[in-house]
Design a protein around this ligand. Sequence first.
Ligand SMILES: NC(=O)C1=CN([C@@H]2O[C@H](COP(=O)(O)OP(=O)(O)OC[C@H]3O[C@@H](n4cnc5c(N)ncnc54)[C@H](O)[C@@H]3O)[C@@H](O)[C@H]2O)[C@H](O)CC1
Ligand SMILES: [K+]
Length: 513
Amino acid sequence: MKILSREQFYEADRRTLSAEGIPGEALMERAATRVFDWLHARLEGAPVPVFVFCGVGNNGGDGLVVARHLLDHGYTVDVFVVDYSQARSEDFLTNLKRLKGRKKWPEYLDQGSPLPEIPANGVIIDAIFGIGLNRPPDPWVADLIRHLNSSGAFVLSIDMPSGLYLHRVPEDPSAVVGADVLLTFMAPKLVFFLPQTGVFAERWEVLDIGQDPVYMEEAEAAYNLVGREMVRTFYRPRTKFSHKGTYGHALVLGGSHGKIGAVALAAKAALASGAGLVTACVPECGYVPLQAQLPEVMVLTTPGFSEHTELPDVGAAQVCGIGMGMGTGEPVQKAFLAWLEKMQTPVLLDADALNILSLHPADLHRIPGGSILTPHPGELKRLVGPWKDDFDKLEKALVFAGAHKCILVVKGAHTMVFAQGKGYVNTTGNPGMATAGSGDVLSGMITGLLAQGYEPLQAALLGVYLHGRAGDLGASRTGYEALTATEIISSISQAFLELSGPAGPDQKHTAGG
Ligand SMILES: NC(=O)C1=CN([C@@H]2O[C@H](COP(=O)(O)OP(=O)(O)OC[C@H]3O[C@@H](n4cnc5c(N)ncnc54)[C@H](O)[C@@H]3O)[C@@H](O)[C@H]2O)[C@H](O)CC1
Ligand SMILES: [K+]
């Protein structure tokens, strides 16, 4: 599913109007009627008091349409015009007239107005600002928003939680409506997925408002959702006549005394993700534990007992994932940088491989093009430097991925993949996955997919999706707190099986992504 920019939303609007030869108010009627239908299907005429807060732009116009339909269906409705500007939009005025035609006059709120009483059993329709917000709400509007947020009433926001910008973090988070449900038109917005802004839009649904399909198809989105629908376009189910050689050989390199488990998790995850053969390369201290716990995995050791002092020369065809549990001692740094210098084909660089590169920025140019880097936020900060907010972080990630022609997997909620000037937002995963070894599992999965011949970007997207989905399946059994990396691995099978079957009921977003 595409994530459009402000300009693209307005362009989609224009293209829809011209393709159908309809006026703006007809599209407003269609869009806002979808909002009413959604609400009516759930309220079913319940005698709850509904309070509609309308700005004076088109978002406000949507609110007036919803209010009119509610009245026509016998609901108890109070309409407030949040009169924050003299510039009323044409379609707002059209619908204001229609509402007055129902003998329903809205109450106008401005700077001096008392805040309306809202009972906790009420329903608030938030139509104050949509995607047109372009400066901080006036203080009195911010006060009103805080008042709505503290009412305890159910809040349904139209298109955007009012007070949230499309492309930047809010100056004052308390002046943003906390939507219980957000019904957004045509496509999700990037701010729904960033830690600093996603909190206002946790439960969002996209309403198709009959927007022009030709434009939606051709629009080049800078950001795309990674969901079941997307990954199924390049997931390759197994064919009958294949053998383990068909599915490649993954080499996982890392480990140090006390952190052999990181390599074990990555190796196991590579196997569970379909690699035909997996070899783990660890220092001597890891030989027995690995051979004992993972009979399917071949083990290669290097001369150092506790940590790698040199790393094996690997052939160009060898698919490698390196860094998990590797440590950053002087000998390991030297061994890794010397190893990287010889690498010409894409590799997966994780954890301490990234930390060593952060200590040696002059060696960043040695990263082979098409490599996949999988930093968690702390490792990313060491690579690209500190950022001032979530948007600055995106910018830095995009620039880094472009400069090093790599695929940057930035783990977090939501994990995002950056490559070739684009961003991909994963739709699976949960807070339970912030658990020891979860990152090692992801690296192993992506390495396992690379071994099977997936292009690096596809391996990263499919790996991120399956990793999060396996985490969701695992958490549905264990809950968040008890979810472990081992549990995530044991859920990879179900995550794969779902790709071939029909979308599960809880895969609405991931199915649509
Ligand atoms: N494209 C679609 O899918 C459809 C969108 N609709 C709705 O239209 C809004 C966008 O409407 P717009 O008039 O551009 O802006 P808003 O209503 O979001 O904002 C109001 C208006 O107010 C001005 N403004 C911005 N910030 C402030 C501020 N802090 N204080 C005062 N005034 C401010 C600015 O000029 C804005 O234009 C979209 O979200 C949908 O809800 C259509 O109705 C249906 C199709
Ligand atoms: K709104």
